[in-house]
Write a protein that binds this ligand. Structure first.
Ligand code: NAP
Length: 284
């Protein structure tokens, strides 16, 4: 019910959620994982901005930060209208190395400040030191908001136990096959905005019969149904596409609302199934 109430306030692609430090973050953005550096990423980001997107999600490990920065310059939109996220990669975790990795990312992006910096994965024995570096970058005014990615409840509890600044965002794998109910509740209770990665399960959910049925009912695509489900659950979403028509299509989800009954039908697809690695068991 709360998610639905919240959702009625989200009317456009530019609408934002307010993070616990007051920073406004768009509900919707473009992800650029596996988008090639150079023309491919420049085109995708420019098409997205042209279509009205304000938020772009990259990471040092995607190796396309220069292209993202180039596209931002070429798009000609005032910097303050955009919301740019990047992430510190695992091998760079630790205090000093994170501070250095941040500077490298900023040089590549060609930006004066960042909107959101994330700890990409909870690397055991390191993520707390990494978090201290993010707190420093935040206090120094180099980044407007800081957060984590791929943190489970126990990782968040561990950080919350002794952090100075609470994470503002937790970006995790989230789609109808992995609804993460417990984590979402924990994030809501702690004022941490959850954000979905691989919201379309990297394309694997698009033939799911009950979603195809809902798509026909609402006159929308399956991708649009899933992305709308994210928003109505109060989860920020960042689908990736390198195709202009899909970039436009994915963002066209602000003119309809899924009923509570249909939200429940999508919830019923949960199988706690991941497409990516388990944050308790990764070796990179
Ligand atoms: N923090 C993390 O650890 C982490 C991990 C993974 C991803 N992410 C972030 O989350 C973003 C999104 O996740 P993702 O890229 O893994 O997967 P995704 O957004 O779930 O799916 C992308 C795939 O779906 C296709 N697609 C997109 N829109 C479509 C549409 N309307 N109809 C049919 N197919 C469509 C894309 O193909 P085309 O490009 O050919 O259109 C691509 O193959 C990433 O780009 C990245 O920014 C973060």
């Amino acid at each position: 019910m709360e998610a639905i109430k919240q959702m009625t306030a989200i009317k456009t692609l530019q609408d934002t959620t307010v993070l616990h430090n007051g920073v406004k973050m768009p509900w919707f953005g473009l992800g650029v994982f596996k988008v090639e550096e150079g023309q491919e990423v420049i085109d995708s980001v420019k098409w997205a901005i042209e279509a009205g997107y304000k938020s772009i999600d990259t990471a040092a490990i995607y190796k396309n930060e220069e292209g993202v920065g180039q596209a931002i310059k070429e798009a000609g939109v005032p910097r303050e209208e955009l919301f740019i996220t990047t992430k510190v990669w695992n091998k760079d975790q630790g205090y000093e190395s994170t501070l250095a990795a941040f500077e490298t990312s900023m040089e590549k992006l060609g930006l004066e400040y960042l909107d959101l910096y994330l700890v990409h994965w909870p690397v055991k024995g390191k993520y707390k030191e990494t978090w201290r570096a993010l707190e420093k970058l935040y206090k120094d005014g180099k980044v407007k908001a800081i957060g984590v990615s791929n943190f489970k409840v126990h990782h968040l509890e561990d950080i919350l136990a002794d952090c100075e600044i609470k994470p503002m965002v937790n970006q995790v794998e989230y789609h109808p096959r992995l609804a993460q109910k417990e984590l979402l509740l924990f994030c809501k209770d702690n004022d941490i905005q959850m954000e979905a990665w691989s919201p379309l399960m990297q394309g694997e959910l698009l033939d799911e019969p009950s979603l195809v049925e809902l798509a026909a009912k609402y006159g929308k695509s399956v991708a649009q149904i899933i992305l709308r489900w994210d928003l109505q659950n109060g989860v920020v979403t960042i689908p990736k596409s390198i195709k202009q028509h899909r970039i436009v299509e994915n963002a066209d989800i602000f003119d309809f609302e899924l009923s509570l009954e249909d939200m429940a039908k999508i919830d019923a697809l949960n199988e706690d199934r991941r497409i990516g690695p388990d944050p308790d068991n990764f070796d990179f």
